[in-house]
Design a protein around this ligand. Structure first.
Ligand SMILES: *Cc1c(COP(=O)(O)O)cnc(C)c1O
Length: 359
């Protein structure tokens, strides 16, 4: 395996030239794990094999690293001194880390009070200038676009086209691992860059003769932040899945194209269902993902309940778990009940406690 997504997939990344310095933390090459226990727990039919693409295993703990290696490499090529982004958290963590790696400054705008602690601590530790604004992600992105248009900051949000170029490599990895495209690919939808990027990746690999088919793309939004399902922007998006708390996705058209061209769908799921799936994947497979990642798992469960999946042939379904659970330990402690038992440092007392807990 070549290190980093640019080295691994350079032939499919025409933006990278001999003049591009490659700024990498060895992102990509993340595990694709079959998840039979979770499949059962979500009541998915047994002709369906469920595969988890665990993007929490990237260097800063989310898929944003795939796009950021491209965005910061291109910024370095232009001689940029600083990058800037709006973020629900993970973009800022990735931007700050890759900027540090390139010896650049970074500035991030965050919605105040809405960013998980792990993500904020990453941005701060990597030396970003962090500004919490009195507004949501959509407003932050608007401001960043405005500032980057007139000031010497390189914009590294996914409206920067090379971000999606980097992110499409996750689709390549799934195909390389499965030997063909899956029948369905499920993914959370926030700003909608990632679903757009995956669809591009699957199509390009298909066009290159590396797959015999294209997957149906299944995108899922949180019920309180589902502009694409509603068909209009949501002014005050609300959901516990903060990474996808977005009311006016920048890549809206890309998501709609992925849905329609693939014959898939974009649907919504409740926060309650998201939290159940979040706990289920951690408990049944040992995979700790952040809450937003559970959105497509809850979505698959609800599609199975509606009898969506054909039962007459083997199916392979891949699902992207976009970020690591350690990003948001507060939520994990809340959902798990945080019930830590106490006992004196004494064998009998501990065994008595275990008796109560396990038997
Ligand atoms: C950014 C992010 C998303 C949303 O991806 P989009 O490309 O904005 O749709 C989902 N989950 C996590 C963990 C993220 O960081």
């Amino acid at each position: 395996m070549k290190h980093g997504i640019i080295n691994a997939y350079r032939a499919f990344l025409p933006d990278v030239t001999d003049a591009t310095p490659i700024i990498t933390l060895y992102e990509g090459d993340t595990p694709l794990l079959e998840a039979p226990r979770l499949r059962e727990r979500l009541f998915l039919p047994d002709n369906l094999r469920l595969f988890i693409k665990f993007e929490g295993m990237n260097p800063t703990g989310s898929f944003k690293d795939r796009g950021m290696t491209m965005a910061v490499s291109k910024a370095a090529e232009r001689g940029a001194q600083a990058v800037m982004c709006a973020s629900t958290g993970n973009t800022s963590a990735a931007a700050a880390a890759y900027a540090a790696r390139a010896g650049m400054r970074s500035v991030v705008l965050l919605p105040r009070g809405e960013v998980a602690m792990g993500k904020l601590s990453q941005a701060l530790m990597h030396g970003a200038t962090v500004l919490a604004i009195d507004g949501n992600f959509d407003e932050a992105l608007c401001l960043v676009r405005d500032i980057c248009a007139t000031h010497p900051f390189d914009l590294v949000n996914s409206v920067n086209p090379v971000r999606l170029e980097g992110q499409k490599t996750a689709a390549f990895e799934i195909v390389d691992e499965l030997g063909d495209a899956p029948d369905y690919h499920a993914i959370p939808v926030g700003n909608a860059g990632n679903i757009t990027a995956y669809w591009r990746g699957f199509r390009q690999y298909h066009a290159a003769g590396k797959t015999t088919k294209l997957p149906k793309m299944l995108g899922f939004q949180a019920a309180g932040a589902s502009p694409i399902v509603d068909g209009h922007p949501v002014l005050h998006p609300q959901t516990i899945a903060t990474a996808i708390r977005i009311g006016n996705p920048a890549s809206w058209q890309g998501a709609v194209a992925a849905r329609d061209e693939s014959g898939g769908l974009i649907d919504r799921v409740s926060d309650e269902r998201i939290l159940e799936a979040y706990a289920a994947v951690a408990a049944s497979e040992g995979i700790f993902a952040e809450p937003a990642c559970a959105t497509p798992l809850a979505g698959l469960q609800s599609l199975a309940e509606q009898g969506y999946f054909p039962l007459d042939r083997p199916l392979r379904v891949s699902v992207t778990l976009t970020g690591h659970g350690l990003k948001d330990p507060d939520r994990a402690l809340k959902v798990s009940g945080g019930s830590v038992r106490e006992a004196p440092a004494q064998k009998d007392a501990i065994l008595r406690e275990l008796e109560k807990a396990i038997f």
